[in-house]
Design a protein. Structure first.
Length: 124
């Protein structure tokens, strides 16, 4: 079973993403309320995929992305953000993210990205 960690400071956004995931058969979902919580839960929960919001208070998504690549380089990270800047997207990919989804996140876009990651890693 695939475990997904949803890290977003917006409770509304977390609930919406979790609902989409569960509706599509991804029932092993953990949530993190900020960057520090994401780093902690990634170490404890051992997720296969992290959905990481780029803009969070405290340690932002870039800091978290760097830490996750240090502590769990095999984790697949999908960065999400309202920022649609090409340089930011490229920076996230360069730092280790597998993909970048601009908000608002649609069900089709999210599931397509997750399925692509799982197909590439033989987990479907």
């Amino acid at each position: 079973m695939v475990k997904i960690l949803v890290a977003d400071d917006s409770m509304f956004e977390r609930r919406a993403l979790i609902s989409i995931l569960q509706k599509n058969g991804y029932s092993d979902v953990v949530e993190a309320v900020n960057g520090n919580d994401c780093i902690l839960k990634c170490g404890v929960e051992d997720p296969d995929i992290v959905l990481l919001d780029l803009k969070m208070p405290g340690n932002d998504g870039l800091y978290v992305l760097d830490r996750l690549m240090e502590i769990k380089p095999e984790v697949k990270i999908i960065v999400s953000s309202i920022i649609r800047d090409q340089k930011t997207m490229e920076d996230c990919i360069k730092r280790g993210a597998c993909s970048y989804i601009s908000k608002p996140i649609t069900e089709a876009k999210l599931i397509k990205n997750i399925n692509k990651l799982l197909d590439e890693n033989g987990k479907t």
